[in-house]
Design a protein around this ligand. Sequence first.
Ligand code: NDP
Length: 300
Amino acid sequence: MYDLLILGSGPAGLGAAIYGIRAGMELAVIDRSPVSGGQVLTTYEVDNYLGFPKISGGDIADKFHAHAQQFGVSFIIAEVSGVTLEAERKVVHTDKGDYEARTLILATGATHAMLGVEGEQRLAGMGVSYCATCDGAFFRKRTVAVVGGGDVAVEDAIFLAGICQKVYLIHRRDTLRAAASLQDRLFSQENVELIWNSEVKEISGEDMVERITVYNKERNEESTLENNGIFIAVGINPNTERFRGLVEMDESGYILADESCVTSAAGVFAAGDIRKKPMRQIITAVADGANAVNSARKLL
Ligand code: NDP
């Protein structure tokens, strides 16, 4: 039986692994993907992680993984289907069998939200994308739209501006939620056009995205934008479905835990984007990993 099993190998999970190894714990990290990093892998550029003024998401994820490997962290590549809690024993069920530990850190992160409009599902992968860094290159010198007003939408629009002929950024309000420094960079892109106070109503095209219908709430007016692709960046949903009933969550599925990462279930800790908290950044995810291990260590 392990002292600690960490579910998820994003910044929170790997941060926890390093602190756990240093605390002398017998531990393993379980992730369905052999490539660590979580959402960081789909980030074009990171410029706010201490010590790395400018680094690609893929490169910083590689560094996190290499750091954990150097410290002797074991990785189990398996899909977690559920968890059973007993007083002294937590059993993690996976497609590769069951694993047991005295404590658990849940660090399975979050995935992109969908817009839920007509055409979105039908044209997914045919011009509808949720990852600009993964799919942006397919739209070289073409016209695309980005939807959202957060860090991800603005980062995506900046990244795509360097590849595409024209980028529309469609946001439902008249102010962006993204960091001021990102906004400054966005506003200096000549080929980005902001479409404020607007919602996407429909994505259409036969086999590929050809146009989107946009509704301007202020003018109460619908219009059509001809374009080749749409990048949807309207937030994230926590990957906590399989932990329902195990620990307390809010109405959106974020696990209730303060900075100590202690959840409502004894011996189970929540770290990173799955925890209800005000800031979801790489640096706060890594910090959660350290805090969760500190709480687990006290319990052990
Ligand atoms: P956010 O929740 O920050 O932003 C989502 C955006 O989408 C908001 O502007 C929101 O509008 C808009 N939106 C939500 N639902 C809809 C809808 N149905 N239709 C239209 N628009 C919608 O999500 P992000 O994905 O941008 O970022 C997720 C988290 O990751 C954030 O905490 C962010 O700070 C973090 N992040 C951290 C980075 C780093 O550490 N370097 C890099 C990138 C992201 P409204 O503003 O009106 O609510």
